[in-house]
Structure formats: structure tokens, C-alpha cells
Design a protein. Structure first.
Length: 368
């Protein structure tokens, strides 16, 4: 929102996070052009735009429009919008840049929505948005409690049972969670497949790899390679659907187990993507050492997460993910590149290289 000079509120699209530039400036009656309340209001009320997108994904708006443009009335009927809400909701999506509307009032996906929010496309990232809508949006209402107590605020708060064990008992919630993890990993997988030098590598194992977005991306670009996902046994049915849908059932396999208690399957490249941030520092060090011991000489471990910049000032997304780990895990958090490099060295790796991926994520390549 922005405040007009006479105090009338109007919707704006700015995303600035500016602060005062002159000593003594503050928010008061005589607000100058260089400092306004807009960034604060935009941030504080950002949940409105967020939930608008999440509801659109839940309703299947983008998947429907991927089949062709639709007028308001027919689109509203198909997704079940009430006449009171349809115009404002659909035009809000236009104002957010998620839909386009032509002069004949026909709605179409924006280019980004067409690519990333159509469930029928392999580039679909909506799984994480589906999970955010079904799980995380409500849990974040308890952030203040988490900040005061240091305790997670998810399903475990109500059951006391281990997180993954609890979630895997609910087939719908379990599938939603796995699709969510896959939604986050899909764009990262493509970036990682392109960034790392896979020359001479024959077999990649994604440790805790959910449905296998990373090895799937690698295998699509490297037909000579095979891959495996090492995951908890309840993941297998959803994984097999994913592998078959991507035509990789013969090259991408599943190995059920617990990476804390079971041997790791052999590989010349291990991937730990969005794994270390789930656990406390002692558990992270255990997993890194276990990967080091299982790799052959010259083998590589790839670690990627929304790592926080070493100066702890820039990666806002990393901080948000870290707060989500506070809400959703017992001891997890994000960490800096320097932290990861130090832990990998302590585990025995002799060469480490950190490289930015996309969207606030960093990959560290560590060679034995």
C-alpha cells in the first residue's frame, strides 16, 4: 500500500525496503519524499498477496489457463468462484503480474506463470506453494511463540511424535510435503546440473532427495549416468510415480533407509540438498563425516541450501528459511558458507568450492 498526501490509502506494487538516509529523519507528520511508510506497509501486509497466490494455485487457475485464455465468467464457474469475489480476485492476480488480461477481458497466464505454475509441465514449482498453503501458512502464525520458546510449531507441537514419522502417516499430507520439496528443488536441480562438471562421473546419489529432482535433471542431460535417491521407505510410492512420469524408471532408482542409522549406497557423487538445515550442528557433522567415509577417493559431496552470506546482511530469503526451520524442525537453521566450509574440512574433505546457484541458494562442492 502507499499513502497519498491526503491520507487516502491506495494499492501499490513497490517492493522497496528503503530506510532513511539523513541523520535525524524519522516517520512523522512531515514525511519527506526520501522516506515513506510504504515499504513498511508493503512488508507488513505482504501476507495478503502471498495468500492470493497460494489460493490461486490451490484452485488450479494457472493449470486451467495453460489450456487457453478464458473469460471471467467461464473461469470463475470452473474453479467455483463466487460472483462477489471473481473480478477482484482475478484482477488482483493481474496486478501482481501473475495473469494477463487483454482488451476483450480474456485472462491468460503471464509467461512465468505459464512455465512454473502449470501442473502439467515438468518445470512446475507449485508443489512448495501447495505445501505452504496447506501447512506453513498457518504455522507461521505462531512465529512469536517459536521466537520466545525456541520450539517448533508444526504437527509435532500437537502430537509429540517425530516430524517425519508423524507426517508419513497421513498419505495426503505426506504427498503434499514431498511435492513441496520437489517444487523447491526443481529450478535448483537445473541450475546444479548445468553448474557442476559431471565429466567422468557415473552414479549420483541424492541423500534425502525426496522425489529426485536433482538426479533427474542430471540424468536428462547426461544419458551415460545413473542415479539413486536414498530416502525414508514411505517415500518410495510417490518417488516411483515421479520417476515413471519423467521416463527415468530404468536409470533412477530408490534406496530406502535412514541416513543416520543405515549404510549409504555407493556413489561417486553424493548430493545433500536442503538436508543440513534440518538438523543441529552435531547431527550435520555426523552426516558429513558419514558421506566422506562412504565416498571413494576423488568422490564429491555437493551440499546446497539457502546459505546465509558470511556477513549476515544480504540473503533475506536465507533468513526466512532459517526462521521456517525454527518453526518446522527441532534443531534446524540455515548457516553461512563459512560454516559449511569449516564443517566439510572437519569431516576430512580437502577441496571445497562455494558457488551461487539461483534464488538465494548456494552450492558447496567438496572433494575427498
Amino acid at each position: 500500500m502507499e499513502l497519498h498526501p491526503k491520507g487516502k490509502a491506495a494499492v501499490g506494487t513497490g517492493t522497496g525496503t528503503g530506510t532513511g538516509t539523513e541523520a535525524g529523519e524519522g516517520i512523522g507528520p512531515a514525511v519527506g519524499a526520501s522516506i515513506t511508510p510504504e515499504p513498511i506497509l508493503q512488508l507488513g501486509l505482504g501476507f495478503m498477496a502471498s495468500k492470493t497466490l497460494l489460493s490461486a494455485v490451490e484452485l488450479g487457475i494457472f493449470t486451467i489457463l495453460a489450456r487457453g485464455g478464458r473469460d471471467r465468467a467461464s473461469l470463475a464457474r470452473e474453479v467455483g468462484l463466487h460472483p462477489r469475489s471473481s473480478a477482484d480476485f482475478l484482477d488482483a492476480l493481474v496486478s501482481l503480474g501473475l495473469l494477463d488480461r487483454d482488451e476483450d477481458d480474456v485472462y491468460r497466464n503471464s509467461p512465468a506463470s505459464e512455465l512454473f505454475l502449470d501442473q502439467a509441465k515438468p518445470s512446475y514449482i507449485g508443489g512448495i506453494l501447495e505445501m505452504a498453503n496447506a501447512r506453513l501458512f498457518g504455522f507461521w502464525d505462531n512465529l512469536t511463540d517459536a521466537l520466545r520458546t525456541g520450539t517448533q510449531q508444526n504437527e509435532v507441537t500437537h502430537t509429540g511424535a517425530p516430524f517425519f514419522a508423524t507426517l508419513s502417516q497421513d498419505p495426503a499430507a505426506w504427498r503434499n510435503f514431498l511435492n513441496g520439496m520437489n517444487g523447491v528443488s526443481t529450478p535448483l536441480a537445473g541450475a546444479l546440473a548445468a553448474d557442476f562438471d559431471w565429466t567422468g562421473r557415473r552414479h549420483v546419489v541424492d541423500l534425502g532427495g525426496a522425489l529426485g529432482a536433482v538426479p533427474a535433471a542430471v540424468l536428462r542431460s547426461r544419458p551415460e549416468m545413473t542415479g539413486c535417491v536414498f530416502e525414508l521407505p514411505p517415500v518410495r510410492p510417490v518417488f516411483e510415480e515421479f520417476a515413471a512420469a519423467h521416463g527415468l524408471a530404468d536409470r533412477l532408482t530408490f534406496h530406502g533407509g535412514d541416513f543416520f542409522s543405515d549404510p549409504l549406497p555407493p556413489a561417486d557423487v553424493y548430493v545433500m540438498g536442503q538436508i543440513l538445515h534440518d538438523w543441529n550442528p552435531e547431527q550435520r557433522q555426523f552426516l558429513l563425516r558419514k558421506a566422506y567415509d562412504a565416498l571413494p577417493a576423488g568422490g564429491t559431496l555437493i551440499v546446497y541450501d539457502a546459505m546465509i552470506d558470511d556477513d549476515r546482511r544480504q540473503n533475506t530469503y536465507g533468513f526466512m528459511v532459517s526462521l521456517n526451520m525454527l518453526i518446522d524442525t527441532e534443531g534446524g537453521s540455515e548457516y553461512t558458507v563459512a560454516d559449511a566450509t569449516r564443517w566439510l574440512g572437519a569431516a576430512g574433505f580437502s577441496i571445497t568450492e562455494a558457488r551461487p546457484l539461483i534464488g538465494g541458494y548456494t552450492a558447496v562442492y567438496a572433494t575427498k
